[in-house]
Design a binder for this molecule. Sequence first.
Ligand code: ZN
Ligand code: ZN
Length: 167
Amino acid sequence: MYICKNCGQRYVTDEAVICVNCQAPKGMGDQFCPCCGSQMATSMRICQNCGVDVVDYGYGTSNKSKVAAGLLGIFLGCYGVHNFYLGYIKKGIVQLGCIIGAIVFAVVLIFFMEMNGPNETTAIIFPLLLWADVLLILGVEIWAFVEGVMILCGKINRDGKGMLLRN
Ligand SMILES: [Zn+2]
Ligand SMILES: [Zn+2]
């Protein structure tokens, strides 16, 4: 039986579209456990009364904004900023690490090219390595851009804790 997340009352019938007790539309609210109906803080994920993970019931809203996360992904995403913002720390570190690594590698490479002047090795190997490096940066950029778009259109709609992003 469905339980109102706004007032904690049990629905008379699951087919009801609003709560007859508080008039809230079905699915609205985040003050009460959707499993046992006891009151709980919005920031909690596990109900202290019955122990369920309320995120499985679509309960709990993240304090992270979907639009902010999406735009961060599109414009600064290659540094992993949107993933740090959403709490996907490991993914953010991978993206930031790739970019920093690629930039350091490029600088070192250009430095050695300047140092050694043109010879057989530098003329073929170094430009190839540089291109591979540029491709890596491009790859991370595209990866982050796609994530940004997915966040904006709701394909990625939860933060690192599993809470639904707010609009
Ligand atoms: Zn209600
Ligand atoms: Zn509960």
